[in-house]
Design a protein around this ligand. Structure first.
Ligand code: ADP
Ligand code: MG
Length: 607
């Protein structure tokens, strides 16, 4: 006999709608920013061209979203506020979804946890409004509004005090709201967005993006300049690639424009901002050979495909997606980005020139913030040097090692992006004149990159030399891990790691890349499995081989401190122009900076 059955037999009850909605709200509306997300997505789905978001106290006391979309007819207001009522799907095909919304949950959930007013007007009809107050549904009444919809939420979570306790500071909530609005603004460049903080004495616009025009890429480029900054827009490469029904577009930053953390990485799947670790992994794969571990690439990428190839219905907030073939998506991102980076060739970010200019103008106020590593002290010294009048003579006095320009026949400088060498300072910096300004090259970094690219090219042509193991190393794994590893066996073989099934959940490692010398095969296999689990694919072996090449390159290249003749310097410049990825060294630092004549004139206050 269990004692708690007879008297306290549990009673099964059907919960009322208000309770159900409050429970659902727990998933859909986690914090003020999620309410903002739902309301703004509804406005976008309604075809709005202008969306204004007002918040007070981090959205805790007030969130109001105003749009000029299609509106809701008065008699439909109660339906819009009821659960699982939506105009966006008919329920027959959950895999074919083209709108942000489709679950019909947001409005009833918000009405259950806050004081909601919805006022709306459809064309050729009067405006109506209704209130829902912590789940208490009011009556539809006539209202005043010229067009579109205004939804006002006051006292979010007043009906669920437990949730209220979990809210962070106003500042943190404002930050999250701003982040959501910016992501949606990137997704919809043709729509005007304005975010205002109306909590203080006078309303303050904290973010505004005017509607962009032009074709899709122009509009996106303009919008990214507004959201991520001019610097990003000026230093990013257009991405446009397609593979097996998957289309990737967007912009990715040059390696020399990198960030200290993964803050500027945005992925949109079929127009929907998503947070997916697929992107972080793919970006790491695309840039791994340009950036040191502590630097992170920046990109805004849009993956579009037939809606049936991706499931967005994984989570009520729909910020996670599930691809039918994640490997395909990842592969497309990696190859498209690597291709774009290769095409960019020797281009380094203009941020670098900006930072150099900043360093040359110590008195400048309102310092600009650069995401780049600061140029080395050496680069700055060289920059000061170049600033001095008659610098070649002066520099001669300082170092005694400046090469005077030699009178070699000069090709027209406009044909040469990196110009003609005019001299070398501090035995490491080549100063070259270009058609539109001047270039300062870090000869060691540049040469190291050239040697590295050459080694890689050789490796691609001749394959990776392998070293067969006398006795194959047997690594015991689970059947699943074995299968996952064997799926990528061909890729691993290309980089010199030869594996075979050994039966019974084991793998035999038969050969390893010769350049790595003695390797702990078991540890390497386990690392590869971790990376596969983490990122969906692994370039561990490739990364290790390339890391060694990079070290070889470093030793095989011209050290700084070596005096160079004019022909040598010009030859280096020409080779840089012809070599992909030569704009940055193996650690993501620039190999050269360019100062436009206009920049130089600005330095001297001539403009
Ligand atoms: N800003 C708006 N403009 C026009 N119609 C709206 C707006 N917001 C909501 N609606 C209508 O209310 C319905 C319910 O909204 P919601 O609860 O967010 O569910 P969903 O967006 O998943 O359909 C929508 O399907 C839409 O018809
Ligand atoms: Mg919705």
């Amino acid at each position: 006999m269990t004692p708690n059955i007879s008297e306290n037999r549990p009673v099964i009850r059907q919960l009322d709608d208000a309770a159900i909605n409050r429970i659902a709200a727990g998933e859909v509306v986690e914090r003020p920013a999620s309410a903002v997300k739902e309301l703004v997505e509804n406005a976008i789905d309604a075809g709005a061209q202008r969306i204004t978001i007002d918040v007070a106290d981090g959205g805790k006391t007030l969130i109001r979203v105003t749009d000029d979309g299609c509106g809701i007819a008065g008699p439909d207001l109660p339906l819009a506020m009821s659960r699982h009522a939506t105009s966006k799907i008919d329920g027959t095909d959950l895999l074919n979804i083209h709108t942000f919304g489709f679950r019909g949950e947001a409005l009833p959930s918000l009405g259950a946890v806050a004081r909601l007013n919805i006022t709306s007007r459809v064309p050729e009809d009067a405006a109506f409004e209704m209130n829902v107050d912590g789940g208490d549904i009011g009556k539809v009444r006539p209202a005043a509004l010229t067009s579109g919809t205004v939804i006002t939420l006051r006292d979010l979570f007043f009906a669920t005090p437990a949730r209220l306790k979990f809210l962070r500071t106003d500042r943190a909530e404002n930050q999250a709201i701003s982040d959501i609005v910016k992501r949606l603004a990137m997704a919809e460049p043709f729509v005007r967005f304005e975010l205002r903080d109306v909590g203080g004495d006078s309303p303050r616009t904290t973010f505004r993006a005017e509607a962009e025009t032009g074709d899709m890429f122009d509009a996106l480029h303009g919008r990214l300049a507004t959201v991520l900054g001019r610097e990003f827009a000026d230093n990013s490469l257009k991405i446009d690639a397609e593979r097996e029904g998957l289309h990737l577009t967007g912009y990715a930053a040059l390696p020399t424009y990198s960030r200290g953390s993964a803050v500027a990485q945005y992925l949109f799947v079929n127009g929907r901002p998503v947070r997916d670790k697929l992107l972080a992994g793919a970006l790491r794969g695309a840039y791994f050979d340009f950036l040191s571990r502590d630097r992170h690439p920046a990109a805004a990428l849009f993956l579009d495909c037939d809606p049936t190839l991706v499931d967005v219905n994984v989570h009520p907030a729909k910020s996670e997606v599930r691809f039918r073939d994640p490997g395909l998506a990842r592969g497309l991102i990696v190859s498209a980005l690597r291709h774009a980076l290769a095409e960019a060739g020797h281009r380094a970010s203009s941020t670098v020139a900006g930072a150099t200019l900043g360093a040359m103008q110590p008195e400048q106020t309102g310092a600009r913030v650069y995401q780049m590593d600061r140029p080395s002290l050496g680069a700055r010294t060289a920059a000061y040097q170049a600033q001095a009048p008659g610098f070649s003579e002066m520099a001669q006095d300082f170092s005694g090692h400046v090469v005077q320009p030699e009178y070699v026949p000069e090709p027209a400088p406009e044909d040469l992006p990196l110009g003609t060498a005019r001299g070398q300072v501090h035995e490491n910096y080549i100063i070259a004149q270009t058609a539109t300004g001047m270039v300062i090259v870090d000869q060691h970094a540049a040469h190291e990159r050239l040697v590295y690219e050459k080694l890689k090219r050789q490796m691609a042509e001749n394959g990776v030399a392998t070293q067969g193991l006398l006795i194959p190393e047997i690594v015991e794994l689970s059947d699943g891990d074995c299968a996952r590893l064997l799926e990528v066996a061909d890729d691993l073989a290309r980089f010199g790691l030869g594996i075979e099934p050994f039966g019974g959940g084991a793998i035999a490692v038969r050969e390893t890349p010769a350049i790595l010398g003695e390797v702990n095969a078991r540890a390497m296999i386990l690392d590869i499995l971790d990376e596969l689990a983490d990122a969906g694919s692994s370039n561990m072996v490739q990364a290790r081989v390339e890391a060694i090449l990079s070290r070889v390159a470093c030793h095989g290249s011209i050290r700084s401190g070596r005096w160079m003749r004019a022909e040598e310097m010009n030859a280096l410049l020409r080779e840089m122009e012809a070599t992909p990825h030569s704009g940055q060294c193996n650690h993501g630092r620039p190999t050269y900076v360019e100062l436009k004549l206009a920049d130089i004139e600005r330095l001297f206050g001539r403009t």
